[in-house]
Ligand binder design. Structure first.
Ligand SMILES: C[S@@+](CC[C@H](N)C(=O)[O-])C[C@H]1O[C@@H](n2cnc3c(N)ncnc32)[C@H](O)[C@@H]1O
Length: 221
């Protein structure tokens, strides 16, 4: 799953992962993060998720990171926000980082059009919590350890709401990938306490008969 894969998916409109409505599990479990108004929430691999607008309406600043710039532009356009755009050079790999920033419900939404691995904690500022929906599960196994390490570095091990799936991976190639409790222990177990908040049976998508369990995890230091 390299940059080309995702650029192509967005270009061709193959974005079945995008939900038109706010994720009900975010609404149900956000209080577990015990955030105060004005806290800053990191949304890695954010796409153009409407969950970010909901977070702003709840009183939180949002920092999203998304590889595909057209997805970032689509978010602001769909939310009727005219962003300010600034360009930086990554201190990590010298790539160009584009920062889109706008206001919604008196909160600041900052979306970085960048590879998550090109950013560092100084770029994005203090993070109070991480909301991972369809981010860890979008990455193949050989990238996940690196990703989890990067999330820890970017957020200084801030608490996380993490949504994952388990299903029979032999029935379908990912993404999304099936991730077990043991995998999550491996990625985050050394630095967080991991608690399952929900494990709900469903199918992989409306057109699919593949049985899937959707998990919601709370990771705390
Ligand atoms: C499965 S989608 C999920 C999007 C969003 N979280 C949502 O719930 O709609 C994964 C997203 O991650 C982005 N992505 C993949 N690799 C990335 C990387 N290395 N850095 C930043 N974004 C990345 C893709 O372009 C894609 O929009």
């Amino acid at each position: 799953m390299d940059s080309k894969f995702w650029q192509q998916r967005w270009q061709e409109g193959r974005i079945g992962f995008h939900q038109p409505n706010v994720n009900p599990q975010l609404i149900k479990y956000i209080s577990n993060l015990a955030l105060s108004i004005g806290s800053q929430v990191l949304v890695p691999l954010c796409g153009k998720s409407v969950d970010m607008a909901w977070l702003a309406h709840e009183g939180y600043d949002v920092v999203g990171i998304e590889l595909v710039e057209t997805a970032v532009q689509a978010f602001f356009s769909e939310q009727n926000i005219i962003p300010t755009i600034a360009e930086f050079t990554s201190a990590t790999d010298k790539s160009t980082l584009k920062r889109y920033q706008g206001q919604l419900a008196d909160q600041t939404i900052t979306l970085w059009a960048a590879d998550i691995f090109s950013l560092n904690a100084t770029d994005i500022g203090d993070i109070d919590a991480v909301y991972d929906r369809a981010a860890l599960i979008a990455l193949p196994a050989d990238m996940r350890q690196k990703y989890s390490k990067q999330i820890r570095k970017l957020s200084h091990n801030a608490s996380q709401l993490l949504m994952t799936l388990t299903y029979d991976q032999s029935k379908k190639a990912g993404p999304p990938f099936s991730i077990s409790h043991k995998d999550i222990q491996q990625y985050y177990g050394t630095h967080y306490q991991i608690k399952e908040l929900e494990g709900e049976s469903s199918t992989l998508n409306a057109a699919s008969e593949i049985a899937v369990t959707e998990h919601v995890w709370l990771l705390t230091k």
